[in-house]
Design a protein. Sequence first.
Length: 141
Amino acid sequence: MKRNYFTTLLLFLVVSQVFFSCATESTNPDPSPTDARSKFLGRWSVNETWTKQTYVATISADPNSTDGVFISNFGNTGSSGNPAGAKVSGNSISLDPNQTIGSGWIINGGGSMSGTTKISWNYTINDGATLINAIATYTRL
């Protein structure tokens, strides 16, 4: 009798171990989600049509937002000026609307990422006298 009890208990333990080891925990299906902004972050060589200049801009994450970034030297305003704010969604980046950078420039527009090394931008800069339509290409450094 003791032998049957022991065999039954052992069989139950083996079966339950196999059954419960196959179960998955569904409380956190993606323990390390990827930050959508990460592909935009870094230093970029900028080629701009309206100034016909090449300069460097830096995109960094906004620590107070899950989708926000800061773009230092946007429009070649200099690294000491206020950075432009933008939001990232998928492969798109949109400037925060009607913000003022540089010497009182009001900017609007956005861009889209191609691959992992280029961002194509279309935006406007209003310097108070002229509305400038600009196209720029950011290439990862």
